[in-house]
Design a protein around this ligand. Structure first.
Ligand code: V47
Length: 426
C-alpha cells in the first residue's frame, strides 16, 4: 500500500498541482531537488507538505515518538565570538559571565543521575582561557560520577565549533591538515568517556550568512570535517539548522543538501549502496534504518534539529523571528529533504511544547527532553530553569496520536524501573 494512501491530515482548502510530481517522488523513495524544496516552501498548501512529511515519518518510525530524560549543562557563557543571533555570550569579567568548576559539573551529574537521566548534553561558549585539560576533565568527571553511582549516563558534549576551539587551545589545529588536529582532540575526549557529538553550531551553511551574522566562527567545510572525523571514529552525531533570521529559504535548502551529502558518505561507509547520483535514501523500499547505538564500523547523523531563531536580547532583536506556520513548514521540509536522516527532533525549549505537539504530526518523531536548565534561549517570561515532567512529555506525545517511547542518546529503547534504567542490546 502506498505510504501516502492513508492521510492522517486531510488536505486543506488549497490544492497545488505543483505538489503532484513531488508526491510521486516521495512515494518512489527518490531524492527531492532544491527546486522541489522551493516549491514546498512556496506552496500555499502547507497542510499537504505536512501530510507528506508525516507519511515519511511514519514510514521510517511508525507510530513511535521518542523522548529522553536528560540534563543540558551550559558550562560557560564566556565566548571569544560575538555572533549576532546569540544573546547567551558574555565577555570575561562582564556582568553575568560564568564558568562551572569541575566540582560543579560533578554535582550537576550527581543530580542528573539521581533524577534518572540517561544523558548529559554539555555545550558552552569558546572560553579563551580554560586549558585543554578542563574539557577532558569535564567528560571524565561526568562519566566517573555516573559510574560511581552505577549509571550508564551518556556524555554528549561539545559542538563542532568547540572541538575546533579545543584543537586550537591544544595547538594541534593546522589549516593545511585540519582533520588531523580534530581527530586528535576527539580521540582524547573519547578516551575520557565522550559518547557522541551534539548538532549545534551549524547555523546556516552559507558564506553570506556567515559573514553577516557569525563571522569568526568555523565555516561549513570545517563543521562538516568535524562530523566526518567523528563518524570515522565511530561516534554518532546530530545536526542543526538555525533558521528565521537573515537567511533566505534557498539558503536553508542548500544547508539541508550539504547535510544529506555528508550523510550519504557516512552511510556508504556503513555499507549502504548509493544510487547513480551518489545518494543513499532511507525512504526507498527495503532499505533498513541504521542500527541504533555507536558502531566500530562508523557513525552517522542520527537526527536533524531545526532551531527557530529567538530574537530577544540578541543583536538581531529587530527581526521578528519565524512564526508558527514557518516552524511547521521548515520541520516538515527538513523531514522530506533529509531522506537519509533516521530522525527529526523537535526541541520543545525553542519551539514550546504546544508547537512540538503539532510538529509531531508534521514530520518529527523525537522530543528533547526533560532538559531542566537551559541558558542559550529562554521562552518569554521564563528563567533558565526550564523543566518538563516526564508525564507531561508523554502526555503531549500521546495526545498527538503517537506511542511515547523513551530512548537513550543513541536511540536505543530504555527499560525503566523508577530512577533505574538500562538499554536493550542492539
Ligand atoms: O549552536 C544560538 C543556537 C544552538 C540562538 O544535538 C539559537 O541533540 C535560536 O544545538 N535562537 C544550541 N537558536 C542548541 C543545539 C541543540 C539543541 C537541542 C538538541 C541538540 C542535539 C542540539 O542554539 C547553537 C545555535 O545554533 N542558537 N542562539 C537564538 N537566539
Amino acid at each position: 500500500m502506498s505510504i501516502l494512501s492513508q492521510p492522517k491530515i486531510v488536505a486543506g482548502a488549497f490544492q497545488d498541482a505543483a505538489l503532484g510530481p513531488i508526491r510521486r517522488k516521495i512515494e518512489a523513495g527518490e531524492r527531492l531537488t532544491l527546486e522541489d524544496g522551493l516549491i514546498l516552501y512556496e506552496t500555499p498548501d502547507v497542510w499537504s507538505v505536512c501530510q507528506m512529511a508525516d507519511a515519511v515519518r511514519r514510514q521510517l518510525n511508525g507510530e513511535v515518538a521518542y523522548y529522553n530524560i536528560n540534563r543540558h549543562i551550559n558550562y560557560t557563557n564566556v565566548c571569544a565570538l560575538s555572533c549576532k543571533f546569540c544573546e547567551f555570550y558574555r565577555k570575561r569579567g562582564q556582568d553575568g559571565a560564568y564558568e562551572y568548576s569541575i566540582d560543579e559539573i560533578r554535582n550537576l551529574t550527581r543530580e542528573a543521575v539521581e533524577s534518572g537521566a540517561t544523558e548529559i548534553h554539555s555545550v558552552g561558549g569558546l572560553h579563551p582561557y580554560l586549558p585543554f585539560s578542563y574539557y577532558t576533565d569535564m567528560v571524565a568527571a561526568i562519566r566517573q560520577t555516573a559510574d560511581e553511582m552505577g549509571s550508564d549516563l551518556h556524555a554528549k558534549a561539545f559542538t563542532a565549533v568547540e572541538i575546533v576551539h579545543l584543537a586550537k587551545i591544544a595547538k594541534v589545529f593546522k589549516a593545511d591538515d585540519r582533520q588531523a588536529g580534530i581527530r586528535w582532540v576527539l580521540e582524547q575526549l573519547i578516551d575520557a568517556g565522550l559518547g557522541s557529538l551534539p548538532g549545534g553550531g551549524a547555523e546556516v551553511f552559507d558564506d553570506r550568512v556567515h559573514n553577516e551574522t557569525h563571522k569568526g566562527k568555523i565555516r561549513s567545510d570545517v563543521w562538516l570535517d568535524v562530523h566526518r572525523v567523528a563518524h570515522e571514529l565511530g561516534l554518532n552525531t546530530n545536526a542543526t539548522i538555525l533558521y528565521g533570521h537573515i537567511e533566505d529559504r534557498k539558503e536553508r535548502l542548500v544547508h539541508m543538501d550539504m547535510l544529506r551529502k555528508a550523510q550519504d558518505d557516512a552511510l556508504s561507509r556503513l555499507g549502504y549502496e548509493s544510487d547513480a547520483q551518489g545518494a543513499v535514501t532511507l525512504t526507498r523500499e527495503g532499505v533498513e534504518m541504521p542500527a541504533a547505538g555507536n558502531c566500530s564500523k562508523g557513525g552517522y547523523f542520527q537526527t536533524i534539529i531545526p532551531l527557530p531563531f529567538f530574537p530577544d536580547g540578541s543583536e538581531l532583536e529587530q527581526l521578528p523571528g519565524p512564526g508558527g506556520i514557518e516552524n511547521l513548514r521548515t520541520l516538515a521540509i527538513a523531514r522530506l529533504m533529509l531522506d537519509n536522516f533516521p530522525h527529526v527532533k523537535s526541541f520543545w525549549i525553542m519551539q514550546t511544547l504546544a508547537m512540538t505537539q503539532l510538529q509531531l504530526c508534521c514530520g518529527a518523531d523525537d522530543v528533547d527532553g526533560t532538559v531542566v536548565w537551559y541558558d542559550i534561549t529562554k521562552v518569554a517570561g521564563r528563567d533558565t530553569h526550564q523543566e518538563v515532567a516526564v508525564d507531561d512529555l508523554k502526555k503531549a506525545i500521546v495526545e498527538a496520536g503517537f506511542m511515547a517511547v523513551e530512548r537513550d542518546t543513541l536511540y536505543r529503547k530504555v527499560e525503566r524501573n523508577g530512577k533505574n534504567w538500562s538499554v536493550r542490546e542492539r
